[in-house]
Design a protein around this ligand. Structure first.
Ligand SMILES: [Zn+2]
Ligand SMILES: [Zn+2]
Length: 92
């Protein structure tokens, strides 16, 4: 378990300029979206969006997609000894 408390490297860039180079921008956006999703899931559940707190809603990390999810969206997998999120769980 790791406690990433406040060291969030907030990289706030505004990249909403190009409406014409749409497809290229779309590609970039997707990559960034995934990155941001992972960053975001340090603080809130990647599945339901619930914010984490140390006491009531601890962050668990899915072993498959590496996103942070809350207790309700994760399920313990005793065979592999890992947590997995609801989305990855349903894949198998
Ligand atoms: Zn959740
Ligand atoms: Zn997952």
């Amino acid at each position: 378990m790791d406690l990433f408390a406040g060291g969030a490297a907030a990289d706030r860039r505004r990249d909403e300029a190009g409406a014409d180079a749409a497809s290229l921008e779309e590609l970039r956006r997707r990559r960034r979206l995934h990155l941001r999703r992972r960053q975001l899931s340090q603080r809130v559940c990647a599945r339901c969006g619930e914010g984490f707190s140390l006491l009531f809603n601890r962050r668990l990390e899915c072993a498959d997609c590496a996103l942070g999810v809350c207790r309700h969206c994760a399920e313990w997998n005793p065979q592999r000894d890992v947590w997995r999120c609801c989305a990855c769980k349903e894949e198998r």
